[in-house]
Design a protein around this ligand. Structure first.
Ligand SMILES: [Zn+2]
Length: 175
C-alpha cells in the first residue's frame, strides 16, 4: 500500500488541479462519494486532513475572514474546487446558495443538525489532534461554529473520565 509514485504532495496536486483555467466544475478525484466535501491528508507532514475547497479558497481568496465559510456560489457542488466557483461568505449566504441550487438539506443535516455520538467523538478527536479549526469542522459536519465550540468545550464538563456517564449499560442480566 505504498504510494511512492509521485513526489507531488496531495496538496500540490490539489492546487495544480484548481489552477486549471475553466468555468466548469473541478472535482477533486480523491473525494469519497459519501462525503459532502473532499479532503486531503497532510501526507508526510502528518497533519490532519483538511477540506479541499477550504484550502483552495484560502489559496485564491485569502485567509478565512472571521465567521465566514466557503460558498460554492456558482455551482453549489460541495466537491467542486474551482476557485472561480468559490468565495467566502456568511452562513446565511451559504444557505441561500444551497436553496438556490437545490442542495439545501433542511434542518436535519444543516445548521441545527443533531450529531450522532460517533460524530461528536470524531469532532473532539480531530480538533484535539490539531490541524483543523472549528469553522472547518462546522462546515464539514453541517453545524455552526458555536455548536462545534460547544461540543469541544463540553469535553471539559466531565470529571476526567473519558467513558460515557451512563454506566448502567449491560452490567449483569438481572431477572
Ligand atoms: Zn463548481
Amino acid at each position: 500500500m505504498q504510494e511512492n509514485r509521485s513526489r507531488l504532495t496531495r496538496l500540490d496536486e490539489l492546487l495544480e488541479l484548481a489552477s486549471i483555467e475553466t468555468d466548469d466544475c473541478v472535482i477533486w478525484p480523491g473525494s469519497p462519494s459519501e462525503k459532502r466535501y473532499g479532503r486531503i491528508s497532510g501526507g508526510s507532514t502528518g497533519a490532519s486532513p483538511r477540506l479541499c475547497h477550504v484550502i483552495v479558497c484560502e489559496h485564491y481568496h485569502g485567509p478565512r475572514p472571521e465567521g465566514l465559510e466557503v460558498r460554492h456560489y456558482v455551482c453549489g457542488d460541495t466537491k467542486c474546487v474551482n476557485p472561480r466557483h468559490l468565495c467566502w461568505g456568511t452562513r446565511q449566504e451559504n444557505v441561500d446558495d444551497q436553496r438556490r441550487h437545490g442542495t439545501w438539506v433542511h434542518g436535519e443535516k444543516h445548521g441545527h443538525a443533531v450529531l450522532t455520538d460517533a460524530q461528536v467523538a470524531e469532532i473532539r478527536f480531530r480538533y484535539t489532534a490539531g490541524g483543523v479549526n472549528q469553522y472547518e469542522l462546522a462546515e464539514e459536519f453541517g453545524v455552526t461554529q458555536p455548536h462545534i465550540s460547544y461540543i469541544i468545550r463540553g469535553k471539559k464538563r466531565g470529571t476526567g473520565a473519558e467513558g460515557p456517564d451512563r454506566s448502567s449499560t449491560a452490567d449483569v442480566g438481572a431477572g
